[in-house]
Design a protein around this ligand. Sequence first.
Ligand SMILES: [Ca+2]
Length: 381
Amino acid sequence: MNAMTVRNAELGTRNSGRPSAAFAQIVCPGTPWSRRPIRTPQSALRNRRGVALLFTLGFVALLAMLVTGLMATLRTRLVEGEMRAQRSSLRLDAESALAVVRARLAVFESDASGIYLNGADLELLEADPLAGWAPADGATVTVRLSDASALVSLNSARPRELTALFEDLGISSDRAASLADCLADWTDANDTARLNGAEAEAYGVPGKPANRPLRSFAELRQVKGFDELFFAPDGTLNATGRELAAVSTFLGANARPNINTAEEPILRALAARTGADPATILALRTPLDYPNDRTHLGVLKNAGDLAQIGSPEGLAERIAFASSALRATITVSKGDLRYTLDALLAPGGSDSAPVAVSARADEGLLCEDPPEAAVVSTDAE
Ligand SMILES: [Ca+2]
């Protein structure tokens, strides 16, 4: 091997970074390097093209993923926008229906105490609450009317009235007075315990009593004395508890039930307490010339009306005559969407609509057992 051959072999390592085939044969004859393809300008070009192709494919795949993601986001936003628009339309329908209901109630006599109507009036109103009105978008509207003032409000009744309510359920006077005081202490804002009541010291647990209006029967169970009398061991209402639920509410400011709209459980309790005949009261509030006479005698308006029917002593002091907390539950549905407006109508509106909306569930102001059912009712499903 001459010097020139060795130099040429050395040169073979400079360009490629690995020994050339010729160099391999010189240093170590038979090495596998000798069988590897020799890099040529053509193969380098092919390699570069392969790399470029890979880059292009990767870029196209990335672009495809981006476009797919964008399309999905766009579709979701479009669907959400459509849902919002439809829900807004249903809400407007519900507001309109509420205005119609208020206008219909305006034909009844009303004053600061409330509106004067009876159970039959409410039934007739419910049969055709919107007087033929229907929303233009083709949605279906249903209206449910009930008079919360036909029941005793556990949040507004005074201890004396609560005591009477519990006595009506067959509870002894001493125990009824204790329950009434404990309930009043739970709902009043102060921390001064009543004679038979219970404030923070009696409970010894943070957050009890709540010192605000009751929101549910589940909460009522926490009030001292109520668990054992009104609830079964599993936390559901027992027979006495169900009787209490039938005659009471957490809504409104009605300490005394409206005699004109009270249901039979209330009338029975009043009868038991005063000796009045529930059937007589029901018969007397039946409209005489309904529906032509809107000032019919079917509504008892004061103690004088009551006296005319020979009411037993003490009845007038235990009842109210006007509806001060009408509850209107309006449900609008279209396709798979539903919107519910739960409004409490109370006296104090304008001349054209003397019943004002004092609370509505879609703003989270109505609370009744269970609270979720009343408050979370503006659902779009
Ligand atoms: Ca208190």
